[in-house]
Design a protein around this ligand. Structure first.
Ligand code: ADP
Ligand code: MG
Length: 553
């Protein structure tokens, strides 16, 4: 199938760029890419409005690289980003997308690192500068001609840059780039300050907005789970242990991810297959047939490849990677709940994708409840339940049909019936752990500590996720108690105690995280001292709670 390249191929990008995109495994442009790429290629100024995670980096990087002149060894393109992490991510993305071109140099310029090497890289003829405004201004103070050859400027996450106080630096940078440049501004929101920048510094900008249309979803039970990007595979494996599904479709963004996840699932004994744009039509049909008749239970697909799948057995849709917009979310989860049946949709959300979750909730008019990763006890319970379910119908006639054989096995092996049963169990469950300690050891419970072999290799263009604590909602602070799972407390005990003794409303309490030796709970900053005072003598599970404000840095 070449249809997946068709999506990008129709966009008039440079052949070497197309080749790189295909190597990364993108199958079709995201909506913001499909709309922005022609505008940027045509040289227009542009204002692009889209949420995090919608693919904005490629939306500007691909057309800018297509129009780059590698023979001219001087800065041609400047990308401004709010943070060092983003600057590095964007620089890496430019490197990935320009892999098939020769003579393209990218330099990342950000604070907190020595200026010397950055300056040297600049002087060695890099054409693309990816910078945070503050550090770039430091460089400009030393060399005011630094940006005199720049022809195209991108402000990435402009609203964030303003929030971080870069307004004045931006003005300095605008002045340092010659007139006649092309300017592209991306922002999730367009507050007056951004509109004013656009009015003063952009020329007849085209507006590209990924508008969210209202969608209806019915009969589908939706939930989300917060997780870091590199823990997704581990989280999926654990979720599937407790979810009672018949057939399931998992959505990811790239071909590579379909292969990686499908093989991780197969390794755990699931009947799983990958479906992506590289898979030939007849093979694709075979996969769908197998899902229909139960030879397969899980298909891991990209959006393109899953188009038109209608399999009534599908009880679950698992959104491993975020969809680009609410519309495609609704499309995806519409794969379940077919023919009047109930369905369940699960969504993995990384910290930076929380805003997209809110948009989805707003557009669909439904809350997508937060669920936690099942703990070892829940995993074990689910395993035992499955075992009992599978064995019960077999037990009725087992003794009569194998009575003699069993006697013989017991005699020849020289073991007790229990030992034999135990050995058979181990074989039947493929060595799966069936006691709590082993299940705990199997997969670390604490988010942030997923076993290295569970980590998915990222596609080269993938963003790097900073290993940071989950961001707090505004006005909330994190508090810590030395009571944890080993003290026998669960989130509901903590919640109950705080609600009762603290006199708070449920909404006032944020996430509760139970760890082995401690727990964290998010509480309102306002009135915190008074609240902690009220909770001074509270006991949970027979032990003193002693909640304290927790500062992680
Ligand atoms: P944003 O800047 O809008 O937050 P990014 O540019 O960081 O989004 O992209 C988010 C993720 O989506 C990255 O992992 C990127 O590799 C991936 N991605 C971008 N475009 C595509 C595409 N067309 N197909 C598949 N994955 C894509
Ligand atoms: Mg971005």
């Amino acid at each position: 199938m070449t249809q997946e390249i068709g999506g990008f191929a129709a966009l008039d990008l440079h052949p070497q760029i197309l080749a790189a995109v295909s190597a990364v495994g993108y199958e079709e442009p995201s909506p913001i890419q499909a709309q922005s790429i022609p505008v940027i290629l045509a040289g227009h100024d542009m204002i692009g409005q889209a949420q995090t995670g919608t693919g904005k980096t490629a939306a500007f990087a691909l057309p800018l690289l297509s129009r780059l002149d590698p023979a001219r060894r001087e800065p041609q393109v400047l990308i401004l980003t709010p943070t060092r992490e983003l600057a590095l991510q964007v620089a890496t993305a430019f490197e990935t997308y320009s892999k098939q071109m020769s003579g393209v140099g990218v330099v990342a310029v950000y604070g907190g690192a020595p200026m010397g090497p950055q300056l040297k890289a600049l002087r060695q003829g890099a054409q693309i500068i990816v910078a945070t405004p503050g550090r770039l201004c430091d460089h400009l103070r030393r060399d005011e001609k630094l940006l005199s050859t720049v022809e195209r400027l991108v402000l990435d996450e402009a609203d964030e840059m303003l929030k971080l106080g870069f307004m004045d630096d931006l003005e300095v940078i605008f002045q340092a780039i010659p007139e006649g440049r092309q300017t592209v501004l991306f922002s999730a929101t367009l507050p007056p300050s951004i509109r004013s920048i656009a009015e003063r510094h952009l020329k007849e900008p085209k507006h590209v907005k990924i508008a969210a249309k209202t969608q209806t979803v019915s009969r589908i039970d939706q939930a989300h789970l917060l997780i870091h990007a590199d823990q997704k595979v581990g989280a999926v494996l654990r979720l599937l242990e407790v979810e009672e599904f018949d057939a399931l479709i998992a959505f990811v963004r790239t071909k590579q991810a379909t292969l990686d996840l499908a093989s991780a699932l197969e390794a755990k004994g699931y009947k799983a297959a990958a479906l992506n744009g590289d898979i030939a039509q007849n093979q694709r049909e075979r996969v769908i047939e197998s899902l229909k008749d139960g030879r397969l239970d899980i298909v891991v697909a990209t959006d393109v490849a899953a188009r038109g799948i209608d399999v009534p057995r599908i009880t679950h849709v698992l959104n491993v990677d975020m969809p680009y917009d609410p519309e495609s979310y609704v499309h995806r989860i519409g794969r379940t709940g077919r023919a009047g049946r109930d369905g369940r949709a699960l969504l993995l959300v990384t910290p930076r994708e929380r805003r997209m979750l809110q948009v989805i909730e707003r557009v669909t008019g439904q809350a997508v409840a937060e669920v936690r990763l099942p703990n070892a006890q829940q995993v074990l319970d689910a395993r035992i339940k499955k075992l009992i379910g599978g064995l019960t119908p077999l037990v009725a006639d087992a003794e009569t049909s194998h009575g003699e054989l069993l006697d013989r096995l017991i005699t020849e092996i020289g073991c007790s019936p229990r030992a034999l049963a135990s050995a058979l169990l181990r074989k039947a469950t493929n060595g799966q752990s069936l006691n709590l300690a082993d299940v705990e050891r199997e997969q670390p419970l604490v988010p942030g500590a997923s076993a290295p072999r569970e980590r998915r290799e990222r596609a080269p263009g993938d963003v790097r996720e900073r290993r940071a604590p989950m961001p707090l909602a505004e006005g909330r602070v994190r508090c810590r108690t030395a009571l944890g799972a080993r003290d026998g407390i669960a989130a509901k005990n903590l919640l109950g105690a705080i609600l009762n003794e603290g006199g708070l409303a449920r909404e006032a309490i944020g996430r509760i995280q139970i760890r082995e030796t401690f727990s964290l709970v998010e509480l309102p900053e306002e009135g915190l001292e008074r609240l902690l005072g009220k909770l001074k003598d509270t006991r949970v599970a027979g032990k003193s709670l002693k909640l304290r404000r927790y500062r992680e840095d």
